[in-house]
Design a protein around this ligand. Sequence first.
Ligand SMILES: [Ca+2]
Ligand SMILES: [Ca+2]
Ligand SMILES: [Ca+2]
Length: 402
Amino acid sequence: MESRGYWVGLCVAILSSAWLQAAAQGLPPGFPCKPLACSTLIPTHVVDDPKTNDCAYRAGNLWWVDYVAGSLAWSKDKRANPVTVALFDDGFWIDHEDLRNQLWTNQAEAHGKAGTDDDGNGYVDDLHGWDFVDNSPDVAPKGACRDRFSHGTLMASLVAGEHNNHVGIAAPGSDGARVMPLRIVGCDGTATRMDPARLVRALDYATRMGARILSFSAHWSVTSEELDAAFREIADRPGSPVAAIVVASVPNKGEPTAGYPAAYDFRRIVRAIPIGNDDELSPGTSPAPSGLNLGAPSACVIGAATPPSQYRLEQGSSNSTAILAGLLAGIWSSPRYAKLSPDEFLAGVVERRMSKTARRSKPGSRSPYLDGVPLADACLLATARRSARVCRQPEAHREARP
Ligand SMILES: [Ca+2]
Ligand SMILES: [Ca+2]
Ligand SMILES: [Ca+2]
């Protein structure tokens, strides 16, 4: 099999609204995103907790959180057993105000000595992930990417943007997800190509260091035997010691196939199908293999862009992937599920409940490969009273009652 790979898509397209300067004072007047139809899908007065102080949420601009009932994955405090979500992307501004408290931390390096590989994992000072392009602990965007909007930063914020910190956004994984930033593509020249050997090293790092969800807001069409084998071990082989859930993007650029890793027919792959804020499958969405295919918001999504406090409005299937990864992490980290293995969580929660829930929205009616849009398993996560109002699925409704 050909070993030359290439990076096909960081799937976000840029809306013309350009940079948004949104800080603690709130979003600009006339901000183009409105809650739209989501308020008819989920009772906002229930989901939109008035105690939440993140300005974008309070301004009604996080339709994508309410759309998946993401606020039900929040908890009063950070979860005791957060799920580490590894992000494979082009660089991360980890000092962003909505990210800096949301990172996976290598405790051995945090309490170790600078310049020393304190945990002996082969990476010196890998405090918050690793840059596999430039072989460095600094995961920030490099080269021309330093002056652009940062795709990786946006994805990290959609996974775990911090809830109730008086600024910016709040993501479903705020209290249950911790982001492990892994830079696997760069901006310039050959570094923009997806190198299969480089990705194999990053996969090995992520699983060895405890990531339980691997999120790919990217896709590629050429792979290698080594890369296929690494994904098979993580995402398919029963009893694998490095088993993890792979959340894979399905692009919406009109391409004839979804690309890898969505194209793998593996049991632990969950595909994110992009849904626009018109409550429809995003135009140009590639056909996807059957399996665990869940819808998630793609358009009109606001997230972190550059440090220390800038945000940006984006659309694209990358967003869907990160939102779904954060939602799954937020649910998986709840005390009820925290001890489940990846296979147990997928079978008992994602497949049995989330993908079978009769979602009160249009997606699914037009797509043979979309199983539905998940809610944050509201009937199990929330109190019985809240659940009864939010979740209308008969089976779950009954279960939610005392
Ligand atoms: Ca180390
Ligand atoms: Ca060290
Ligand atoms: Ca926030």
